[in-house]
Design a protein around this ligand. Sequence first.
Ligand code: IPM
Ligand code: MG
Length: 370
Amino acid sequence: MANHKLLLLAGDGIGPEVMAEVKKLIAWMNGHGMGTFEFEEGLVGGSCYDAHKVSITDETMRKAEAADAVIFGAVGGPKWDSVPYEARPEAGLLRLRKDLALYANLRPAVTYPALADASALKRELVAGLDILILRELTGGVYFGEPKTITDLGNGQKRAIDTQVYDTYEIERIGRVAFELARKRRNKVTSMEKRNVMKTGVLWNEVITALHQREFKDVQLEHQLADSGGMQLVKNPKQFDVIVTDNLFGDMLSDIAAMLTGSLGMLASASLGEADPKTKRRKAMYEPVHGSAPDIAGQGMANPIAMIASFGMALRYSFNMGKEADLIEQAIAATLDRGLRTADIKSDGMTVVGTAQMGDAIIAEMAKLTG
Ligand code: IPM
Ligand code: MG
């Protein structure tokens, strides 16, 4: 069986705790003939800054380039609030995305039946929800230049961020959206702010033209991103695939996460262009939640998003859809048994810690395959 080379970057805060559960899962899968995964580990974020004064080293970047997939935990925390901007923990994550050219960020928001009551919304609005937010990840205001703060010398400063998109960037993320929709419920909703932003005008134009040219069989709809956010909490099940830019995607995916009960439930995959010869894509998998410094080190973090992110690696990097399904079924079964981490607890459920949740999911995998 093929050897799958992973680079694990646990990062800061709860990152190492939730990554520990992925390591257990990898060991279990290797031990049960479900893969031959090898992994190396590296530092990223604040923990890397503490050791090397940068948020990711060139050596770790080389390992990330060489790996079949990068599995990423979370970065950041108040401890690093005053480090230089270039070395802040998030810069490591942004460099990985940019240098590996991971332009397509898939953030599925799926409500597990057992958790429909944990959502802030009414059960009937979210029960059975299965939407996919596709966020453009290497362009827009996150990376546009100039990006500066200038002292104007009169007691005032001026801050500039630049939102910039070229046709090809919109087209390639649009193509991913339409292709994914064809395998789902065949609907794409594109979100931008064409009423105030030139990038929104171009975004709308390029997506519309691409649709006309190559994807007429897919239903396409446009929404302004602000009202799209409103629709996401009003009637989330109207959506199938939502495609949007880097900043709107960041915000809308946090909103979508809460539909599922907790930010601790949402996995993500960040994919680059497929190599024309090998068909392989560079890829990184990370939970949407952050480093949650307030609960770090207490063994109470929810490892489900991290484990589900590893499941996405199986699906999108290793063509192991069956095993990925198994992980999802094991998560659902564990929730059905009434086990909950603190972030998703509700009356009558058993609250467990990070390690117990990880063990319980592996135990369900054993049952499902036994
Ligand atoms: C995310 C995070 C990151 C982002 C931060 C940590 C830089 O919020 O992945 O959604 O803004 O992209
Ligand atoms: Mg975010």
